[in-house]
Design a protein around this ligand. Sequence first.
Ligand SMILES: Nc1ncnc2c1ncn2[C@@H]1O[C@H](COP(=O)(O)OP(=O)(O)OP(=O)(O)O)[C@@H](O)[C@H]1O
Length: 197
Amino acid sequence: MSDALAFRDVTCVRGGRTLFEGLSFAIAGGGAALVSGPNGVGKSSLIRVAAGLLRPAAGEVVGLPIRALLAEAAALDPGLRLFNALGFWATLDAEPDPRERVPRALDAVGLAHIAEVPVRLLSTGQRRRAALARVVASGAPVWLLDEPANGLDVASVAMLERLIAEHRAGGGTVLVATHTPIALPDAVEVILGDPSC
Ligand SMILES: Nc1ncnc2c1ncn2[C@@H]1O[C@H](COP(=O)(O)OP(=O)(O)OP(=O)(O)O)[C@@H](O)[C@H]1O
């Protein structure tokens, strides 16, 4: 079976500095990879390369083309009610039944009760869960999660772990960069700053 996501000899240069060089790893459908390493080593940059937002200086990223990104910014219109803000993206992202995915995603992240609240009024953790709902509603087979546990309380981290496990059980693939320990069974380990990588 072909890989859902693979880095092949990827080199990433930012601001004239080589962050990583010749990096290769592959994730199959249903699999996960965990990116770790000290501050500033290039974890977020690696996620951006996987998302196609940053061009590698060398090498290539291959795999399924539809990837959902959870990054620092939630990318939800602060002036819209949460349901509508997610609906905007679901209509662009998801095939088929984009609108039906939003209530399901809100339920999945425990935010159904505030679906009509404007995004600007959400707390930090709620905003993070809303960003996760956007990924869930996208229907993308590949999830790219940059520090997904930031701002989440213990119960919400457990919810995140459950959502990732369900996505994988359905054949989905996850690439996670995190400082916060989260359960990611059988994940490929990508340790940046390690000369053997
Ligand atoms: N737009 C940019 N232009 C130039 N250099 C950048 C840019 N964005 C980030 N960098 C640099 O790239 C390096 C890696 O940053 P990155 O955010 O990928 O690291 P990180 O491992 O995710 O860090 P942290 O753990 O602190 O979140 C840092 O030295 C950073 O200053």
